[in-house]
Design a binder for this molecule. Structure first.
Ligand code: ADP
Ligand code: K
Ligand code: ZN
Length: 432
């Protein structure tokens, strides 16, 4: 029923004591090994010995994605590269990605937390886990992979895409646990139906869905169509990757693994810590990471912390569904996209106007991105070929920066509505 009963069901007092001990070690580590933190702490008159209680955490400064960008690529690592065994990356706010590193111990911790998360979904060594999260620089694929192996399950490292083959393997291998984004799972369900598959006759029992926001409505659809228990998993590369928090069979929010991460909920406007239960931005401090520890990292994800005891017996607090972001990041097919990334490409090209719009839609459970870009009047008197050529070059460059496919549509001046004040860069038509 549990993977690590001792840690998952610790009393709150024990858990707090463990957190304080680990927090103090982490503060010492970053103070010693990361010039960025030493300088920040010194400016604020903070020494490692200043952190005497868990409440003292509030005195420490936040870390933001901009800090990661300023220290690109390895500047915040707290160990020499000889101790780093893996590097992952996710979208940054402009062209450069956010880079994270892991020691062997970090990889082990990650595998442990994923194993815990799989057990939350009823996983055992007898399961066949079809892992359709993308493998590569993104944390989804490899993160789930090592945890499923740790559990002793049989992992099918199929990665994303190629839906017909996914469905064939699912049938032939007798997949019992499916891991992927919720929108891709729905897409698979519908493709399967078209192929005449009867999911009720297949051994699928659980789906571990995350990397993008979804809803109770989607949960009902997934459970009905795929005949499984659909659970939510949360994570972000900066903190580790998937498996930072995982729902149990109670389906009342995701247990955040507090023996490794300390969550806080803040008012995104003032930075003030909010009382338990209030909605705000999730801030996380890592307390066991070696290569890439982060102090009070602002996730920009909006949620609330549920401190009520859970009937499953796990004592770790739960975060509720992520309801939005406190920045302009979009998640398209599980991939993080910032409008500023598109802007940086347009600036680099210098052949268009600075007015652009990202139009996102979901058709048949797949996300589509169209980018409208205004070009000068005289461009339209040029040959069609010239315009098509620009469109294609922009598309190729944007796709390589964003990591997802997109359609570029060149439009005439003043096509994109102007707004007073902050420009509106996104039209999101998706319903989840
Ligand atoms: P991952 O591969 O886990 O998606 P990324 O670092 O690429 O990692 O993206 C992390 C972001 O994805 C989070 O900050 C959050 O906005 C979003 N995300 C991850 N899991 C969920 C989830 N279960 N529900 C809503 N959003 C999620
Ligand atoms: K994501
Ligand atoms: Zn629970």
């Amino acid at each position: 029923m549990y993977w690590d009963r001792e840690h998952e069901t610790m009393s709150r007092e024990q858990l707090r004591a463990l957190q304080l001990e680990r927090l103090q070690l982490t503060i010492e580590r970053v103070y010693r090994n990361v010039p960025f933190y030493r300088q920040r702490f010194t400016e604020m008159g903070i020494k490692p010995s200043s952190i005497r209680t868990l409440e003292d955490l509030r005195r420490l400064p936040f870390t933001t994605k901009q800090d990661l960008r300023d220290n690109y690529p390895f500047g915040l690592f707290a160990v020499p590269m000889s101790d780093v065994v893996r590097v992952h990356a996710s979208s940054g706010t402009t062209g450069k990605p956010t880079v994270v590193g892991y020691t062997q111990n970090d990889i082990n911790t990650w595998a442990e937390l994923i194993a815990r998360s799989l057990v939350c979904a009823g996983g055992t060594k007898f399961d066949v886990v079809q892992n359709a999260y993308g493998y590569g620089l993104f944390t989804g694929g490899l993160g789930l992979h090592y945890g499923a192996e740790r559990l002793g399950a049989a992992v099918v490292p199929v990665s994303g895409g190629n839906t017909q083959r996914q469905l064939m393997l699912m049938q032939d291998f007798g997949t019992t646990i499916l891991t992927c984004t919720p929108s891709y799972a729905l897409y698979m369900a519908e493709e399967g139906q078209k192929m005449g598959l009867d999911f009720k006759k297949m051994p699928l029992k659980a789906g571990i869905f995350g990397a993008e926001p979804w809803s109770e409505r989607m949960r009902r659809q997934l459970e009905e169509k795929l005949d499984l228990m659909a659970l939510d998993i949360y994570g972000l590369s900066e903190i580790m990757g998937p498996g930072v928090a995982m729902e149990c069979a109670e389906k009342q929010g995701m247990h955040i693994w507090e023996d490794h991460f300390i969550p806080e909920i803040i008012d995104p406007a003032t930075g003030e810590v909010l009382p338990p239960g209030e909605e705000g931005e999730l801030v996380i401090t890592t307390i066991t990471k070696e290569a890439f520890p982060l102090i009070r990292y602002r996730t920009r994800d909006i949620t609330r912390l549920d401190t009520e005891p859970c009937p499953c017996g796990r004592t770790h607090y739960r975060i509720r569904r992520i309801t939005g972001r406190s920045d302009d990041m979009l998640i398209i097919r599980g991939v993080n996209v910032f409008p500023s990334q598109v802007e940086s490409v347009l600036l680099e090209f210098g052949e268009t106007e600075p007015h652009y719009l990202l139009v996102v839609d979901r058709k048949a459970n797949l996300d589509y991105l169209e980018i409208w870009v205004e070009v000068a009047e005289h461009m339209f008197s040029d040959t069609v070929r010239k315009l098509e050529d620009l469109e294609q070059r922009l598309r190729e460059r944007i796709e390589s920066v964003l990591g997802i496919s997109a359609r570029v549509k060149l439009v005439e001046p003043n096509t994109i509505p102007r707004s007073e004040g902050k420009a509106k860069r996104v039209v999101d038509r998706r319903q989840i």
